[in-house]
Ligand binder design. Sequence first.
Ligand code: GLA
Length: 392
Amino acid sequence: MTTQEMNQAFEQAYGRKAEKIFFAPGRVNLIGEHTDYNGGCVFPCALSFGAWLLIAPNADKVLRFRSLNMPQTYEIAIYAIKPQADRAWCNYALGCIDIIARRHPEAKLQSGYDLLYFGNVPAGAGLSSSAAMEVVTARAFTEEMGWTLADDKKYRTELALIGQACEHEYAGVMCGVMDQFASAQGKKDHAIYLNCDTLEFEHVPVKLEGIKVVISNTHSPHHLDSGAYNDRVRQCKTAVEQISKVKPIKFLAELTPEDWAAVQDAVTDPIAKKRARHVVGEVARTAQAVEALKQGKIELFGELMTASHVSLRDDYEVTGKELDTLAEAAWQVEGVLGSRMTGGGFGGCTVSLVRDEAIETFKAFVGKEYEEKTGLKADFYVAEIGDGVMRL
Ligand code: GLA
């Protein structure tokens, strides 16, 4: 859909023109999974698809929510902003508006607004459609409510933190900051090497001569729901508590593999032990992978991606049949450098590095294996790495 068509849709819905239009992208994470809420590093890129938001103030002191993707519409009085029941989609926007006001007391919602959202991130694919919606809302409403920062880098980090707080408070998912950060700080043809403890980051060029980043969608009905996700967060906390009896730490990501070898016996809970082993290994792999990419050692990067999947499958246990089938089929294709699940897990997508000449074979072989083993059809997209949130 073009922005012109979105503008027309706004006029049709509200009988007048939109005043401003904003865009925030979804993301794909190349490596560093389930490390963000453990104080570790991640390596995501923003995608060229995401969420658009068109807005115009109204004189009615109400927020009117419409989406070109969802049939439900909502009208919320501006003095009655609170989480809505039944997983209402407007929670991802309302939460941001609420949190902007709470984090920045000088920010004021002066009027009501008519809002129209449109998203083209495949739904439920683990490519952060909700983070895109949060960040686009945070971008629009910080400006409308009169709180922004001249320092663009700091401003974008704050937009990510607003989005993350919204996810915690309005969606009940105790997520890390990766998804919102990628959506806010993305840069065309670069990945973001982010330290999720300090929020320091670096844009690293993704220059892959003759190789593409291919996203494969399971279209699986199984998702990492807030329950399974929050369980992982708790299990990691248990590991931190048990390790802290012998070596005080705040986050699992503080441990090197050598530290882990020395302290692992302190983790008496067998599940927590597996989870911690993944996190420590993944943090080391992520640092190694970023170094490999910088040095043009793409084969090594691919091998580390594959090792990441194995650890997420065996120790973190967030893959499941669909993601494993896609990854394991990809590993068999000549010209695939590496393949792993990306995002929270269970359903969603894998990300693979595939040589140009192998892409058609990859799609045919992986697609066929997947359909035979799961009865589902996979979808494939060649990722375009795009910029972070913007006003258009
Ligand atoms: C989800 C969360 C992120 C991150 C990933 C796993 O996408 O929103 O914060 O924890 O899972 O790496």
